[in-house]
Design a protein around this ligand. Structure first.
Ligand code: FAD
Length: 318
């Protein structure tokens, strides 16, 4: 038995969610761990795979694959699956990971479960997976010989294997035809300058919502984030109104965060926001409304005006 993991590359390394997927796949104890990388596999990426316990890194470095195309990536995953004799294929639950696995499932008439958080049994494969943007969990059975699943982000902490894998690089021969490239990314543009990576990796996030009152209402949110060595996160209302840049948005259509501490100020906790912050270890809500969903779901809540509560907290911290 072997498990194949689709590894996405970020600045020459295995992305955080890919390392989470590798850790999760290794924890299943379902045989040899293989990785598949579309494009070249730089040394640091191979080292990440070795650290995660990967035995073989399958690569497909055809120039036709230089632009993301879901069907072409699916052809690569299929080829790697054959080479690895994989019974289980795991991908990070990113837009691309889910799209590629869905293509593999359709091409090979296989079953797939998206956004899995835990596995109850391997044969048959029974999983718990997030649905409704992470607001609910569903138990699903994946009933096919080769089983496909994507991992919900932050379901596990990435960790090193007890002993590193050989991570032998093994080039694949994949024929990518025009049919596989009918839908491909031709250009990528940032909606605005900015980078959400600080937010998604921060151990502390201080959030601000409509309750901040306007673009000038985030001074204390910024100061508290800086004082705690954290990042600022906001609700979609705030980015839609142009009060803060989009890369700071937390939620279903923003970043998913999993800090040790999330302090959500003037944020109601709508389901789409909750989908992005539910994995936080501890949540403190600061809100004038004791019945706001964020208050009722939080571990701790301060009922009050954030413009009075935050200065008092900052004073206390000195
Ligand atoms: P509000 O809902 O208006 O809440 C403001 C809160 O501030 C209230 O609870 C109020 O009691 C409190 N408040 C007011 N004044 C103060 C004060 N002085 N001090 C303390 N508290 C105060 N939203 C996201 O955040 N992220 C997403 O990714 C996202 N994706 C979406 C995707 C779709 C398809 C849709 C339909 C919606 C999405 N939304 C998303 C929007 C979401 O439904 C909510 O509208 C949004 O999260 C509300 O933002 P808010 O909490 O800042 O504002």
């Amino acid at each position: 038995m072997s498990v194949l993991v689709l590894v996405e590359v970020e600045e020459g390394r295995a992305s955080l969610v890919s390392r989470e997927a590798l850790t999760f796949a290794r924890g299943l104890g379902a045989g040899d761990l293989h990785a598949v990388v579309v494009g070249p596999a730089p040394d640091p990426l191979v080292a990440d795979c070795a650290e995660s316990g990967v035995a073989v890194v399958h690569t497909a470095d055809d120039p036709a694959l230089s632009r993301y195309a879901a069907a072409a990536w699916a052809a690569v995953v299929e080829a790697a699956g054959r080479a690895a004799r994989a019974d289980l294929v795991v991908a990070p639950g990113t837009g691309r990971g889910n799209e590629v696995l869905a293509h593999v499932a359709a091409r090979r008439n296989l079953r797939m479960a998206a956004n899995v958080v835990s596995v109850e049994s391997l044969t048959p494969l029974v999983v718990q997976r997030q649905v409704v943007g992470g607001a609910a969990l569903e138990r699903a059975t994946v009933d096919s010989r080769v089983r496909l699943m994507s991992m919900a982000g932050h379901a596990v902490e990435p960790s090193a294997a007890a002993s590193p894998g050989a991570a032998t690089v093994s080039p694949l021969t994949v024929t990518v035809g025009p049919k596989d490239l009918r839908a491909q990314v031709v250009r990528t543009e940032n909606r605005e300058s900015g980078d959400a990576s600080g937010l998604t990796s921060a151990r502390v996030v201080v959030g601000g919502g409509r309750g901040a009152g306007g673009p000038d209402g985030f001074g204390d949110v910024e100061r508290l984030a800086a004082r705690l060595g954290g990042a600022v996160g906001v609700s979609r209302v705030v980015t839609s109104l142009g009060w803060r840049p989009h890369h700071e948005q937390v939620g279903q259509t923003g970043s998913r965060i999993a800090p040790d501490l999330y302090i959500a100020c003037g944020i109601s906790g709508a389901i789409q926001h909750w989908a992005g912050c539910a994995s936080s270890k501890t949540i403190i809500a600061v809100n004038t409304d004791p019945d706001a969903p964020m208050v009722t779901k939080a571990d701790y809540a301060v009922i009050g005006d954030m413009h009075e509560v935050l200065p008092a907290v900052l004073d206390e911290l000195g």
